[in-house]
Design a binder for this molecule. Structure first.
Ligand SMILES: [Zn+2]
Ligand SMILES: [Zn+2]
Length: 134
């Protein structure tokens, strides 16, 4: 995070760790990965994730109970995640028109979404291509 110069916060460590992954990680997987770097408590990881979530740097994939790095920080639209049930990979998409429709729906009912994410499960292009060659 934008901490004081040269000083890495736990949020920095969590973000960097997530960036090195090809799949979303649970908080406990993050904790396991960062034990060697002085992160020793689940509450530390959760606090860092909350900070990163508020800053728009990560997303929480509810159906996987896992966290992933935002592909395009600073977007305000609701992201759409394609979740491959075969390889566990996720792909983030942001579609302005879809996001507008969702906002319109929420405005109609006076609903205030908190960090909304749309999740679609299935099989990614790479896995589909693999299965077709067998
Ligand atoms: Zn995002
Ligand atoms: Zn896949």
């Amino acid at each position: 995070m934008a901490g004081r110069s040269g000083r890495r916060t736990h949020a920095d460590r969590v973000l960097q760790h997530l960036r090195r992954q090809t799949k979303p990680l649970s908080a406990y997987q993050i904790l396991e990965g960062l034990r060697g770097e002085g992160v020793n408590a689940a509450t530390t990881v959760y606090r860092a994730l909350e900070q990163l979530l508020s800053a728009g740097r990560v997303h929480r994939i509810e159906s996987l109970n896992a966290w992933t790095v935002c592909c395009n920080p600073n977007h305000t639209e609701t992201p759409v995640f394609e979740i491959c049930e075969h390889c566990g990979g996720v792909t983030e998409h942001v579609d302005a028109r879809l996001a507008e429709s969702i906002t319109a729906l929420s405005n109609l009912s006076g609903f205030k979404p908190e960090h909304p994410v749309i999740e679609i499960r299935g099989r990614c292009g790479a896995c589909r291509a693999d299965s077709q060659t067998i």
